[in-house]
Ligand binder design. Structure first.
Ligand SMILES: [Mg+2]
Length: 306
């Protein structure tokens, strides 16, 4: 099949959003942003053997390529709308494409997104997705707003995806992260700063601290760990995975103490557990300690891209 036939067969006519004036098939897509809203735009490339193991199923590759972008929209509090896809394939394998599209469009549909354009080329397998979402004017959740005394929260559990990379269990947590879009939307006007955890809690919270010119104290025995992770490794190892391993795609955010009571309602409404793990400090240090005050002296790393 030629490029245009493949696009026609696999990618055209999805979504049907009214705000897509012109979708796939012209030189550009043309879309309508709602009044009093801004556009949040993010892009991520996934390369076979770098961002996912080479034996990952095409369904999971399709799912994850969109999920990681949705996670960035969630971290800003944006509501997903449109997506573009640049796909480089070693060959035009229709069975591969059917499965890839099943993973990709399952998630797109779940969040009401429409694929509005892209590119299809031949080469080593790589997937670049750009996702776009709406934000009420001036309301974006940024990394720079954390204040001394703010409480630090994370969604769900940490460390599972990193553990799945080493031991072949908990693989759904690695391959099918659940972007916390609904939590992000509800945090607008409530959280003072937010980020999604792609490179590990320590590294990503570090970005909030740097942008906000603040420090933090983390209580390591408050880090939310899954029963499966706790069962598989020692308590120290589990804490290390939670702090240092990437690919969780959970949210980390800060909230002033007067908004603290709103968080359990958000957790209830979205059916996502949310845990307080520490506090922002004006002293610019990153302190890790146990609840009993003892210092945690494990190594801190976090995923490095280069
Ligand atoms: Mg991010």
């Amino acid at each position: 099949m030629a490029e245009f036939e493949l696009i026609e067969k696999f990618f055209k006519n999805n979504g049907g959003r009214a705000d897509v004036i012109l979708g796939i098939g012209d030189d550009c897509a043309v879309v309508q942003v709602p009044p009093q809203h801004q556009l949040a735009i993010t892009t991520d490339t996934l390369i076979s053997g770098v961002h996912f193991p080479v034996d990952t199923s095409p369904y999971d590759i399709g799912y994850k390529s969109l999920a990681v972008n949705l996670s960035d929209l969630a971290a800003m509090g944006a509501t997903p709308a449109w997506v573009t896809l640049a796909l480089t394939l070693p060959e035009a394998d229709e069975n591969w494409l059917i499965e890839f599209c099943r993973g990709f469009f399952t998630l797109a549909k779940q969040f009401g997104m429409e694929l509005i354009g892209g590119d299809l080329t031949r080469g080593p397998l790589s997937i670049t997705v750009q996702a776009q979402g709406f934000l009420p004017e001036g309301k974006a959740l940024r990394r720079c707003g954390a204040k001394a005394g703010d409480l630090i929260f994370v969604t769900n559990t940490l460390g599972d995806a990193g553990f799945a990379l080493r031991e072949k269990i908990l693989e759904d947590r690695l391959n099918r992260p659940e972007p916390r879009v609904r939590v992000g939307e509800k945090l607008l006007g409530i959280a003072s700063a937010a980020i999604d955890i792609s490179d590990g809690l320590a590294a990503d919270l570090g970005h909030i601290l740097k942008s906000s010119h603040m420090g933090a104290t983390i209580i390591v025995d408050h880090l939310p760990l899954s029963a499966a992770l706790k069962k598989s490794v020692s308590a120290d190892k589990a804490i290390s995975f939670a702090l240092n391993s990437g690919d969780d795609y959970e949210l980390c955010f800060t909230v002033s103490p007067e908004n603290e009571n709103l968080i359990s309602q958000i957790s209830h409404d979205t059916n996502v557990s949310i845990t307080c793990i520490g506090k922002i400090t004006s002293q610019k240090t990153f302190t890790l300690q146990f609840e009993n005050g003892k210092t945690y002296d494990g190594k801190i790393t976090g995923y490095q891209h280069f």
